[in-house]
Design a binder for this molecule. Structure first.
Ligand code: ADP
Ligand code: MG
Length: 291
């Protein structure tokens, strides 16, 4: 019997740290001896940069614009530790659907049986934002990814994007769509950020799979065009990514989250706004206290 390929999608607001986290995760999984493909699904097309010394690769859509048919080998590039790197790409600025690259790339790979032929263990889709456009929902809707994780900080707009993702997952969960593996809490370190993201996870019936601190080592590594796993393998931050990789490698049980409706999300945010103020003024001592 063919082995089961673990397919994971990582979603989150733009700029929240999806590609940084995904690339370090891929690097850490490859260190564990797994064969990994990282599939960038952001029109920015920079998902795999730090796996390839900061270099951009031709995208599936760019390649398709040059010729009518694309062979998978033309759009797969080898990165750090043998990781296969792909960028779906985006439309020419101002025209077309940004999700098209994902749909097209996935179709090409399916037809050419790429995942089976490369004997992959893990495929990670690094996908932009909340699920508003059909193209971005493809890995969830089509059940291409089995497990979805969201990268979120404790900032409201990031939580808002994750909550929208949860709505998308709930919508497709009954028809064979992907389910939620959990939240990767990124850039944790500012006061009360942990409490806020923990509370959001509890309210939406999910959990935090790993807390990733904001770290200068990540910045330094990125400036060298590398993941932290490659540039600073002995650092504490690299060990955090390795811990995340072990958990994701062992993860099997994803669930349907319970997103908050917009009123409930507003009320939730208002509670935290009041509490942060009360904490600062010394009216309460613990961030979860009622005022
Ligand atoms: P996204 O893929 O979600 O758009 P990126 O992964 O490109 O976001 O990250 C945006 C910026 O934030 C990058 O410059 C990256 O180095 C930085 N960043 C992400 N996570 C961390 C972290 N834990 N510590 C320090 N910087 C981070
Ligand atoms: Mg990115």
């Amino acid at each position: 019997m063919a082995k089961k390929i673990k397919q994971i999608a990582i979603y989150g607001k733009g700029g929240i740290g999806k590609s940084t986290t995904t690339s370090n995760l891929s690097a850490a999984l490859s260190e564990m001896g797994l064969k990994v493909m990282q599939f960038g699904c952001d029109p920015k097309s920079d998902s795999t940069n730090t796996l390839r010394d900061g270099k951009f690769i031709p995208t599936v859509l760019d390649t398709l614009r040059e010729k009518s048919a694309v062979k998978a080998q033309e759009v797969i590039f080898e990165g750090f530790n043998g990781i296969y790197c792909v960028e779906a790409g985006g439309p020419a600025p101002g025209v077309g659907c940004a999700g098209r690259g994902i749909i097209t790339a996935v179709e090409i790979f399916k037809q050419q049986k790429v995942f089976e032929n490369l004997d992959l263990d893990v495929v990670i889709y690094d996908v932009l934002g909340d699920v508003v456009c059909g193209g971005f929902a493809v890995p969830i809707r089509e059940g291409i990814a089995e497990h979805v994780f969201t990268v979120s900080s404790s900032d409201f707009m990031s939580i808002y994007a994750s909550n929208n993702l949860f709505k998308g997952i709930s919508k497709y969960s009954a028809s064979g769509g992907a389910l939620l593996g959990g939240v990767i809490a990124n850039s944790i370190g500012s006061p009360y950020s942990k409490e806020i993201i923990d509370d959001f996870a509890e309210k939406t019936k999910t959990h935090i799979i790993e807390y990733i601190p904001r770290s200068i080592t990540v910045t330094q590594s990125e400036l060298q065009g590398k993941t932290t796993i490659e540039a600073a393998p002995a650092s504490a931050q690299a060990d955090v990514y390795r811990a995340l990789a072990r958990k994701i490698a062992a993860h099997t049980d994803s669930k349907t989250p319970t997103p908050l409706d917009i009123m409930a999300l507003r009320e939730w945010a208002a509670f935290w706004a009041d509490n942060l103020l009360a904490l600062e003024q010394g009216k309460i001592v613990s961030p979860g206290d009622r005022i």
